[in-house]
Write a protein that binds this ligand. Structure first.
Ligand code: MF3
Ligand code: CO
Ligand code: CO
Length: 255
């Protein structure tokens, strides 16, 4: 499927979906603490999305995914399935929320510390946040997706961390995952040229150790092969005529 350029009407719907996804994260973030299970966080999000927002949690039943959010703890890279895992002091956790409102998707994730993080936990979390920020910062018409990947990879590797290769950002709109693929590594000056009206995610997965991953037997949970910590942040971005708008950033919040 080719990359779509969104119309002004579609962009307004993407804005709404993006803001709703961000509001779910703000709600659930306040509940992340030792003793809570990832399944309880999922239930809170599910009820909030369905009952308050009158929206749809996109992950639920997506290609058979069984829950409404992804919760990826410590060495889990992405697609962790909420369940009876109890959060404990020192854990780092990514919560990834995607909502569908009026037919359009908003996709965003953040890292949370449970109590005080370890030195390594804080470091991989901060490196991945800065990686996402640097990638977003250069988005404007005429820049190539390889420039985004190169910017992210250069930063992450300069910090002695690594970029996961098997999963990437993606176009987003009526469908959860559209073209183009937004790789978080690459060569400057290569790849698709960014155009105004594109909407895509930037969501670098950064490992404290080596980049390789392994898929667990549940068919979803992706972990670091070397069991090092992994962290990820994600925003949905609209390309504007002179730059970009972060659709999943709430007013007054920093990136
Ligand atoms: N939210 C993830 C992303 O950023 C995709 C999760 S797919 C699921 O693309 F099925 F695991 F929910
Ligand atoms: Co995404
Ligand atoms: Co996501």
């Amino acid at each position: 499927m080719a990359t779509t350029i969104k119309t002004p009407e579609e962009i307004e719907k993407m804005r709404t979906a993006g803001q709703l996804a961000a509001e779910v994260l703000r709600m659930v973030g306040a509940q992340v603490q030792a003793g809570v299970t990832t399944g309880e966080l999922d239930e809170l999000c599910h009820d909030y999305i369905v009952n308050q927002q009158k929206a749809i949690p996109a992950p639920l039943n997506y290609r058979g995914f069984p829950k409404s959010i992804c919760t990826s703890l410590n060495q889990v890279v992405c697609h962790g399935i909420p369940g009876d895992k109890v959060l404990k002091d020192g854990d780092i956790i990514n919560i990834d929320v995607t909502v569908i409102k009026d037919g359009y998707h908003g996709d965003t994730s953040k890292m949370y510390y449970v109590g005080a993080p370890s030195v390594r936990g804080r470091r991989v979390t901060e490196v991945s946040l800065e990686a996402m920020r640097r990638g977003i910062a250069i988005v404007k018409p005429g820049v190539r997706l390889g420039d985004v990947g190169h910017t992210i990879q250069s930063w992450v590797e300069s910090q002695s961390c690594s970029v996961v290769r098997e999963y990437c950002g993606h176009g987003i709109g009526r469908r959860f995952h559209e073209d183009p693929q937004v790789l978080h590594y690459g060569r400057a000056g290569t790849g698709t040229e960014i155009q105004a009206g594109m909407t895509f995610t930037i969501e670098p997965m950064v490992n404290a150790g080596k980049p390789q991953t392994r898929l667990l037997s549940d068919g979803w949970t992706v972990v670091t092969r070397d069991r090092s910590l992994s962290a990820q942040w994600e925003h949905t971005i609209l390309v504007t005529d002179d730059g970009h708008e972060v659709l999943t950033q709430l007013p007054g919040d920093e990136l």
